[in-house]
Design a protein around this ligand. Sequence first.
Ligand code: ATP
Length: 376
Amino acid sequence: MARIELDTLRKEFGETTAVDGISLSVADGEFLVLVGPSGCGKSTLLRTISGLETQTAGDIGVNGEIVNTAPPKERGVAMVFQNYALYPHMSAYRNMTFGLDSHGSFTDDEIEQMVAEVAATLDIQELLDRRPDELSGGEKQRVAMGRALLREPEVFLLDEPLSNLDAKLRDEMRTELTHLHEEIDATTIYVTHDQTEALTLGDRVAVMNDGQIEQVDPPQQLYDVPASQFVAEFIGSPQMNLFEGEVTTVNDQLHVESGRFGTTVPGTSQTVSDRRYTVGVRPEDLYLADEATGHQYSDPFELRVELSETLGDSVVVYATDGETTFQIRTSTRQQFDKGDAVTVVADTRRLHLFDTDTGVAVYHSKDSVSAAHTIR
Ligand code: ATP
């Protein structure tokens, strides 16, 4: 098993800075997910850790040893790619074992035994004689995982391994990956642009933006206490509602005013300067007024329905005050038509404020913070 330390790691391709000074520690046995929009540098970071790319500056440490110039084979890492990178003319068995025998480290019998064990773990015993074109996407993915597992790596680097699978298979493989990780306990870095994968798989999730890490934290902490507006918008579906508001604090009470939205958050101990901020409220923290019971709520405000989406277990209502369109996630089974008037309140225990210029989070209501700390 292995601990990974990245120290101000940088990777440039000509004029493009793909990785912009990243420092990060990944603990022994940890499952760390790198998530972020297309082009933010996730794959480049992973390839640089693996040794497939050489960094422009900075250090990569594995178990306290700097491996900056070590070839991939000597880093104890195995990488699984999005496209599986299987040889089309070879059987699954041969794809998995190719190269294993070349150094004479293992006899044929030993390799056969190793494959049998890995194939049983991945439930691909029946597929070993088939070529890749005779395998489904999920089966190819398992063979590629099997090839990586046979190397008994200390570190697994997975680059969007589920992205070519259909939604159902992706769900199944996600669960299997979690079990597999529990079984083999190798340090894992997993790249995805899918926030559901990130939140469900990661012990911690690093959100990348433009070559840098915006926040690295356990999933619930990311969701409840986003460090920036970028993280708040990227994590959570539907997205957090964001709108500008005037904020004043008087006697430990925080007042927020914005268009028709007005609220007071009592008993706040966090100091916030009086000025305009970007206010954030998650869709599930907005309630239809007649459904709101037992919490502390904002003043009610009236909106007009533009559109509603039924998700089965809930409905997302898009409704506007003429300036801002709010997304409200409600568990009601009610039907909403365009133009309907809805009266809405916000749970004041779950408000977020962001600096409008820098996007940095400056305030989270007490419950967001304490919920995240409880889970941590
Ligand atoms: P995606 O989710 O789309 O795969 P990503 O977050 O993995 O994106 P990278 O593939 O790491 O992003 O790319 C980061 C930046 O570096 C992009 O601007 C990309 O165009 C650039 N880049 C990546 N590889 C190369 C290369 N070999 N040569 C030149 N530029 C590259």
